[in-house]
Design a protein around this ligand. Structure first.
Ligand code: SF4
Length: 347
């Protein structure tokens, strides 16, 4: 990227930058938290989570000392919970090894759990001014178009090429603004799919794809893998204002969160009754609930649901935690994969 293009980009950013809560007070902790939340989640959705998280855990010492239930609950609905687990583990490490202050360089930041190339560069450049480019999917897309990069954009080779393309262009003392300008360009102008807004782009005279009319065919993406469909059965085992929940295992998908009991396959009504009996649930009545689907990155849950009523005299025999519905919605961290069934608790 030429120095002239970098200057045009920064001027455009000064006039058009997005106003975002974490930009108004870009402490290292704020940048870190926002960048972790923004992985896999849209900016608009992050804003409220970010505010709420900081109200409860305003700094690294508070995060490091927080119990699992607290930080998981604050993350509920954002998904990809390994992000917040790593955030917590990293905070503990920062307390133990760095006296509570995040390290200042991208290479040291990358040693912390959950901080990869992109996040390390974003924190180091925005909070500390280190001249490193923060290359993520947005910047790769913009790079492919600016530099007419026609190979698979998901290859490590593409990342390294983009890294030196941007890295060589960072104007002295403006690393944070430069990276954020590219992020905003990717979010507002050089949009994904076939929607780049070249007519309002400050870099159109420096863009190879625009010059060649190739902006809609770049970047080149690898073929998508099909998502695996996983059939499940979910039971809402209810007695009065209480419903059964259980804790998921400490490892694997949605580790340590709470869920409604169920089976890892689709069960007919008769099979559901047999499953309940085998698992010691004294069911009084079973009612089928609407089908629900949840899409993860690499798999889809197709869920068959049953509401199971248990008589109050038998509630003690239910082999799960019988929690008040209000506690389930307000205190326990239940993944949004179960959102369709959570709604039933408030009916
Ligand atoms: S000119 Fe078009 S394709 Fe090129 S960087 Fe700008 S928006 Fe993207």
């Amino acid at each position: 990227m030429s120095p002239e293009a970098a200057r045009l980009l920064l001027d455009w950013y000064a006039a058009n930058r997005r106003i975002l809560p974490w930009r108004e007070d870009p402490t290292p902790y704020h940048v870190w938290l926002s960048e972790i939340m923004l992985q896999q989640t849209r900016v608009e959705a992050v804003k409220n989570y970010y505010r709420r998280f900081l109200e409860t855990l305003p700094d690294i010492p508070a995060l490091a000392a927080a119990p699992e239930e607290v930080y998981l609950k604050l993350w509920e609905g954002l998904g990809y919970y390994s992000r917040v687990r790593n955030l917590h583990r990293a905070a503990e490490k920062v307390m133990a090894d760095y006296g509570g202050e995040l390290p200042h360089t991208a290479s040291a930041l990358k040693q912390l759990p959950g901080i990869g190339d992109y996040t390390a560069a974003a924190i180091a450049s925005i909070a500390y001014g280190e001249p490193v480019p923060a290359v993520d999917g947005n910047l790769l897309r913009v790079y492919a178009r600016l530099a007419l990069y026609r190979d698979n954009i998901k290859d490590r080779k593409a990342f390294l090429a983009a890294h030196s393309f941007y890295g060589d262009a960072i104007p002295a003392g403006e690393a944070g603004a430069f990276n954020q300008a590219l992020m905003d360009l990717g979010a507002m102008v050089c949009l994904p799919n076939a929607a780049p807004r070249c007519d309002v782009c400050p870099l159109r005279d420096h863009c190879g794809a625009h010059r060649e009319g190739a902006e809609r065919s770049l970047p080149v993406m690898p073929e998508k893998k099909e998502r695996r469909v996983v059939e499940r059965t979910v039971f809402l085992i209810r007695s009065g204002s209480r419903t059964a929940i259980q804790k998921r295992p400490d490892r694997g998908l949605l580790a340590g969160m709470y869920e409604f009991p169920g089976a890892e396959k689709k069960l007919s009504r008769e099979e559901a009754a047999a499953w309940l009996k085998k698992n010691g649930v004294p069911a009084l009545r079973i009612r089928e609930l609407p089908f629900a689907k949840h899409v993860f990155t690499h798999r889809e849950w197709h869920m068959t649901g049953y509401e199971v009523l248990v008589g109050s005299a038998d509630e003690d025999r239910v082999p799960y935690i019988m929690a008040e519905n209000s506690e389930i919605t307000e205190q326990y961290s239940v993944p949004s994969a179960f959102a369709a069934y959570m709604k039933e608790l408030t009916v």
